[in-house]
Design a protein around this ligand. Structure first.
Ligand code: PLP
Length: 374
């Protein structure tokens, strides 16, 4: 008998989501409306910054931040090769060049030691990514950035609620960007947010994301802008989700503790959480050890047959046609991408689910054909 499907992600709407969305529908305020500033203000407080701007995706959030920081043709922006495609694409949207850098083996995030060799007179900034929810080593990165006069944008699409030395991500660089796509820690379906301490940057991003319309004069356009606005319905969902975020984060952490207890650690390497970090555990991403008698792709296929959804680690940018670098060497990113897979990570998982997943991994990695009892 096939086991029930265990999804890799699972949104949870257990708070005011329906109430707030119904308020939008009942009031007919579906596009603009009061939930947008309420969500922005709450999110800014959550990140410990004065300004947050809601937008329609994490990708548009990145594009807005880079445009407002003045990125344009001829500029080079350092991004990790191990990230989701949007980080590099947003640089390209500005006509600039993404310059790739390797990651650290423990955190899987941008390696500060790899930065200096990537800097040229054209380098304008760095986009760090708090990959899978673990914060990057921001002090070391900020130190390099300060010495070379570079801006730092934090791509926090996967890291709502992560802390670096006790401080919330999204408030550690010149700007922070978040995604609320359906599989994220909190979700609005599609959606994003940019956070910043700079009032000037916030005003620029607001102008650019609102079609370039002068805030003081309706239908008067001063720059070529974009329609990157979030809807009131999405903001209603987002506000309700944000009200519950501590529960969402605690639920993930409880599942991670179960994984730590039950997974066969002789066969899979578990993600690190540095002493200076609070991991948000968007995805619990493990690496298949050489001791396992199976490759990552075979393991994913075996788990799929057992009804367990997984995701491979992102392909490094330099290995894909769009950003291919035939001579690029990023050994850490390549190793993580070859061996890494994300297991189901959400607060709806039970201990029984985690035990089942762990036993299926054990069986697949030791090639025992014994059935795992659900
Ligand atoms: C690291 C990273 N950056 C950016 C994004 C883009 O976010 P969105 O899908 O909301 O455009 C994602 C989303 O999946 C992501 O994982």
């Amino acid at each position: 008998m096939k086991h029930k499907l265990i999804p890799v992600a699972h949104p949870v709407f257990a708070g005011n989501e329906k109430k707030y969305v119904n308020e939008c529908l009942d009031s007919l305020w579906i596009a603009s409306g009061e939930f947008i500033p309420r969500f922005e203000e709450s999110f800014a407080r959550f990140c410990g910054v004065p300004h947050a701007l809601a937008c329609n995706s994490g990708t548009s959030a990145l594009h807005l931040a880079l445009m407002a920081l003045g990125v344009g043709p001829g500029d080079e922006i350092i991004v990790p090769t191990l990230t989701y495609i949007s980080t590099a694409n947003a640089v390209r949207y500005c006509g600039a060049k993404p310059v790739l850098a390797d990651s650290g083996a423990r955190t899987m995030t941008l390696d500060p030691g790899s930065l200096e060799s990537r800097i040229t007179p054209r380098t304008k900034g760095i986009v760090v990514v708090h990959l899978y929810g673990h914060p990057a080593d921001m002090d070391a990165i900020a130190d390099v950035a300060a010495r070379h006069g570079l801006f730092v944008v934090e791509d926090c699409a996967e890291a709502h609620g992560a802390l670096y030395r006790g401080r919330a991500v999204g408030g550690l660089g010149d700007a922070g960007t978040f995604s609320f796509f359906g599989n994220k820690i909190i979700s609005t379906g599609e959606g994003g947010m940019v956070t910043t301490r700079s009032a000037a940057l916030y005003r620029k991003m607001r102008l650019l994301g609102g079609q370039g319309m002068d805030p003081a004069r309706r239908y008067w356009f001063t720059v070529v802008g974009y329609n990157y606005r979030m809807t009131n319905i999405e903001a209603a969902l987002g506000l309700a989700q944000l009200e519950q975020i501590d529960k969402h984060l605690a639920g993930r952490r409880a599942v991670v503790e179960l994984y730590r207890r039950h997974l066969p650690q002789n066969l899979v390497e578990l993600p690190a959480e540095e002493a200076w970090a609070r991991h948000a555990f968007w995805m619990f991403t493990v690496r298949v050890k050489p001791e396992a008698r199976i490759g990552r792709d075979e393991l994913m296929a075996a788990l799929d047959r057992d009804g367990i959804e997984t995701r491979p680690v992102f392909y490094p940018m330099h290995l894909m046609p769009v950003y291919e670098e035939p001579c690029g060497t990023y050994p850490v990113a390549e190793d993580i991408a070859r061996r890494g897979l994300s297991l189901p990570t959400h607060g709806m998982l039970t201990e029984e689910d985690v035990v089942y997943i762990s036993r299926c991994i054990q069986r697949a990695c030791t090639r025992s054909d014994a059935a795992v009892t659900p």
